[in-house]
Write a protein that binds this ligand. Structure first.
Ligand code: CUA
Length: 263
């Protein structure tokens, strides 16, 4: 059976939780369709019941019973049940799981948005990000790593997001200028990128793929072109790439330290 998400051509889902998001989109569409049918029937009942030939004289009193008040209370109760019984438990499940994901050896990266592209900051072979000092910002998209913190010496940056398949990823989203929105549609996830804040989001890619990440927040004249490339690759390919990048970065940092020391 075709579903609204398939009918309207939403891109294929590639993350573990993506199916749940699609299910929610489908359910909301079915609800809206039921409401549309209900209101349309009500509209035609009104057209027929209150037609001119049947109602010679206008009524100045309107409805005198309390049916509409009761209906409104009913709607408030249904909405409270939806919020307290459905939306909040789903949110709780998602946030509770974050601790679990932290324990599953996730890949971590910082995402730095700027007008008009994305930069990625990986913690390197030691798995530790260097100290972040936002006052060190030298240019747009700068990850602002403190050069004096040894934890940051093997950190590396990339203009492409690479992630291994079947392993959770925790991305910390930030910005060096205005508010952007980091959005990966095939992963069914997005998060605002705010200057001065690192906000985490997590997901688990379940298939190898390559896609675009886009900006989901109007952020200036280049907003529409603010896209980047994301690749989900095998763990071994990822390890090889990460190792090479980290090594190169460490050598450069050590050389820079030597220069500073000799001055
Ligand atoms: Cu950045 Cu729109």
């Amino acid at each position: 059976m075709t579903t609204p998400t398939k009918l309207f051509g939403i891109p294929e889902s590639f993350s573990e939780h993506g199916g749940q998001v699609d299910l929610m989109i489908d359910v909301v569409h079915y609800f809206m369709f039921a409401l549309f049918i209900g209101w349309t029937i009500f509209f035609f009942i009104c057209l027929f019941k209150f037609r001119k030939s049947n109602n010679k004289k206008a009524s100045y009193h309107g409805v005198t019973n309390h049916v509409s008040t009761h209906l409104e209370i009913g709607v408030v109760i249904i909405e409270a049940v939806l919020l307290l019984g459905l939306a909040l438990p789903l949110w709780k499940e998602r946030t509770d799981k974050f601790d679990e994901v932290q324990a599953q050896d996730p890949v971590r990266a910082r995402v730095i948005g700027y007008q008009f592209a994305w930069n990625y900051h990986y913690p390197g072979a030691d798995g530790k990000f260097g100290r972040i000092d936002r006052r060190l910002v030298a240019n747009v998209g700068d990850p602002c790593i403190d050069p004096n913190d040894p934890n940051g010496w093997d950190d590396y940056t990339s203009s492409v997001l690479k992630l291994p398949v079947d392993r959770p990823a925790i991305l910390s989203i930030t910005s060096t200028d205005v508010i952007h929105n980091y959005s990966i549609v095939p992963m069914r996830i997005q998060q605002d990128a705010m200057p001065g804040k690192d906000i985490p989001m997590w997901f688990k890619p379940i298939k190898k793929m390559e896609t675009f990440v886009v900006c989901g927040q109007l952020c200036g004249e280049g907003h529409a072109n603010m896209s980047g490339v994301m690749e989900v690759i095998s763990q071994s390919k990822f390890d090889k790439w990460a190792e090479g990048q980290s090594k190169e970065s460490l050598e450069k940092s050590k050389a820079a330290q030597k220069t500073v020391a000799s001055l």
